[in-house]
Design a protein around this ligand. Structure first.
Ligand code: HEM
Length: 451
């Protein structure tokens, strides 16, 4: 049986069409997402083409010239003049078009917001504000760029696969034959940042299949089942180790300084705005069916369902006992495609979780295999901390030192504080106090091991 089959028992892993989880590509769609919206919405596509061709810089870029600022302002003026295109008909009835619609509108939105001068308030013009709110409402995700826009629904084959597979089905994309459809900067570094996650999604499909097999065996629960689960968990540990290698491989083609200064600033959501400006969606108050969004965190691979699935399956709990506030991980669920969120909800509601099965089985080999799988996930997070240090913490400190040196030259009395040092803690794209947060998730993973 493949993981495509329908749910066949109460505690089965919930996969199949209803959850948009594919047996070959997991949370990624099996075929490349559509590349362009139909003619009715061509103005959005054309405006996005113009932004990409414009090679814009963010409004706070250190090397922004007057000419750069004028060019992006003339693009923004065109966006403001654009009509409010309808969100109806073919667009709302086709999930594939809706996904492309969300991608195009949120890239436009981030181009618009991030190219604004730093000293003006953020008013998102009606031409983007109304459609992005409508499309996001139908998809039930927030009206800004998400992991699904940059990774899940933003890929294509680098070269078209040579042939269909023998049974006439679609072949899963090869990990080394991927490209991204849309980027802000046009840099290979940005593409590599997205593709690193895409490869993890695809390689993670084997973990999904192992979970399904494990849950089937837990249902049986006899001695043979225990031996089989033990073997599945050992294989899962090696799959997670491969995910770690894929993560560390981001260093091969994504340069930390370029990522930090030329790619990452485009992702900022409302909660990462340096001046704490509010994002105002023009015209929302005139529309009966719309309301202003409550929370707008930028895209983060913390929204990757595959990592959440591993946590839920292995029993890693990210919710702090001393806080009523939802954890970052549970907040990120609302940024995932709705069906993937439902998938996770279904998995979390499993009446017989793996961890309690392991505890009650009292089998040494099984316990060892389980701990190996959890250790592999903890080591994935160790590697992730190395990456976050290389790509964010290091460059942020260096940028702060340069800024301090500049300020000291201007005014020797000034004492600016670098981010992540004595002042405000360094923020993640999702608005977290990132050093503390990443350490916490890593430690919680380690603490899941059973002694
Ligand atoms: C250059 C590459 C990467 C950088 C710089 C990076 C950075 C970060 C940062 C700063 C956070 C903190 C949360 C936030 O505020 O966004 C985070 C969270 C997270 N990232 Fe990454 N990340 C990278 C690649 C990846 C990849 C490829 C994955 C896996 C698909 C991943 C999975 C996660 C997860 C699951 C979280 C939530 C926290 C956790 O589970 O430990 N990241 N990342």
């Amino acid at each position: 049986m493949t993981i495509d089959s329908s749910i066949h028992q109460e505690n089965a892993i919930p996969v199949g069409q209803v959850f948009d989880v594919d047996s070959r590509t997991g949370f990624m769609p099996p075929q490349p997402p559509i590349r362009r919206l139909p003619a009715t919405w061509e103005e959005w596509e054309a405006m996005l083409d113009a932004a990409i061709a414009g090679g814009f810089k963010c409004g706070d870029a250190a090397d922004l010239t007057e000419e750069d600022a004028e060019r992006s302002e003339s693009w923004r003026a065109q966006v403001r003049k654009m009509p409010v295109l309808p969100v109806n008909g073919a667009l709302t009835s086709c999930p594939l078009l809706l996904r492309r619609g969300h991608l195009v509108l949120t890239f436009l939105l981030h181009y618009y917001v991030q190219t604004l001068p730093v000293d003006v308030s953020i008013l998102i013009p009606r031409s983007i504000a109304i459609p992005v709110l409508r499309v996001s409402n139908v998809l039930d995700i927030p009206p800004l760029l998400t992991f699904s826009d940059t990774v899940l629904y933003n890929w294509d084959h680098k070269t078209a696969p040579s042939s269909a597979n023998p049974d006439g089905g679609v072949e899963a994309p090869q990990l080394d034959n991927l490209r991204s459809q849309t980027t802000f900067s046009g840099l290979a570094d940005e593409e590599e940042f997205y593709l690193c996650s895409a490869r993890i999604e695809l390689r993670g499909v084997e973990a999904l299949e192992l979970m399904r097999q494990t849950m089937d065996e837990m249902f049986v629960g006899d001695e043979i089942a225990v031996r089989r689960i033990s073997a599945y968990l050992k294989t899962m540990a090696s799959v997670i180790n491969e995910l770690k290698t894929l993560l560390l491989d981001v260093r091969k083609q994504c340069d930390p300084e370029r990522y930090y200064s030329l790619v990452r600033p485009w992702f900022r959501g409302e909660d990462s705005d340096l001046k704490k400006r509010k994002w105002v969606f023009e015209g929302v108050e005139d529309e009966q069916d719309l309301s202003p969004p409550r929370e707008l965190s930028g895209p983060s691979a913390g929204q990757s369902s595959i990592v959440h699935v591993l946590d839920v399956f292995l029993g890693v709990d990210h919710q702090s006992k001393n806080s009523d506030k939802p954890s970052f991980m549970s907040r990120m669920l609302t940024y995932m495609p709705r069906n993937h969120r439902l998938f996770l909800k279904h998995l979390s509601a499993n009446p017989r979780p793996l961890r309690s099965f392991i505890v009650s089985a009292q089998d040494e080999e099984l316990l060892d295999s389980y701990n190996k799988a959890v250790l592999a996930l903890k080591e994935f997070r160790d590697a992730h901390m190395i990456i976050a240090t290389l790509y964010i913490i290091g460059p942020a400190r260096r940028a702060a030192r340069v800024a301090m040196a500049g300020a000291a030259q201007i005014d020797s009395g000034a004492e600016p504080t670098p981010p992540g040092k004595a002042g405000e803690p360094l923020k993640g794209t999702g608005g977290t106090d990132l050093v503390k947060f990443l350490k916490d998730t890593r430690n919680r993973t380690g603490a899941t091991m059973i002694s």
